[in-house]
Design a protein around this ligand. Structure first.
Ligand code: GRF
Length: 186
């Protein structure tokens, strides 16, 4: 199988990045990570880039010059799909228009419910019975692009932010790769 090329954008821990790297090593996974972009130099996820010899760049400020440099790096490597994994910056219109239908994100709720930040707090305060995670296409409206894949679980009675985050992220680590497979196999 000829594998497709992925670029992953991170800002922090990079546990989703770690899961995609691990899954990409299996024979049937349709892609390999060819590039990592981080919004900051101290993102823990960059340790994974170094350990796995995956080239990475920092996209610090959103000015046209640094953004165009990243756009060129992505194009140069013939990236088929850009995966935002905990990337905490908003991408510009210029960037989004450069890669139509090719940028996806994972969000820790069952979208369209609970868009934006403080997701776990919102879920708990609304006494939700079930929650989960969603992979969706990225457009100019926050967490509002077409939904690709979603999975859920039921909340326990004594759920707190930590337990909710642990369960959601565990689910994310398989759901993101399933979404990538779904897109690239089509
Ligand atoms: C994930 O929970 C994702 O839903 C959200 O940011 C978190 C990133 O975690 N967008 P990690 O950096 O992949 O560990």
């Amino acid at each position: 199988m000829v594998k497709k090329n992925l670029c992953v954008f991170i800002s922090g821990k990079g546990s989703n990045l770690a899961a995609i790297i691990k899954n990409s090593r299996t024979y049937n996974f349709p892609a390999n990570i060819k590039l990592i972009i981080s919004s900051n130099l101290n993102a823990k996820g960059l340790v994974l880039a170094k350990k796995n010899s995956i080239p990475f760049f920092i996209l610090k400020q959103r000015n046209l010059r640094s953004e165009n440099k990243i756009i060129n790096e992505i194009k140069k490597r013939k990236i088929d799909l850009i995966c935002l994994a905990g990337y905490m910056k908003i991408l510009s219109k210029n960037f989004l228009n450069s890669f139509p239908e090719s940028i996806i994100n994972i969000h820790p709720s069952l979208l369209p419910k609970f868009k934006g930040l403080k997701t776990y707090e919102k879920i708990l305060s609304q006494n939700e019975k079930k929650t989960g995670c969603t992979v969706h296409y990225v457009n100019q409206k926050l967490d509002s692009g077409k939904i690709i894949h979603r999975k859920f679980f039921f909340l326990d009675d004594n759920e707190n932010i930590k337990s909710l985050k642990d369960k959601t992220q565990k689910l994310e680590h398989s759901v993101y790769s399933e979404a990538i497979i779904k897109i690239l196999r089509n």
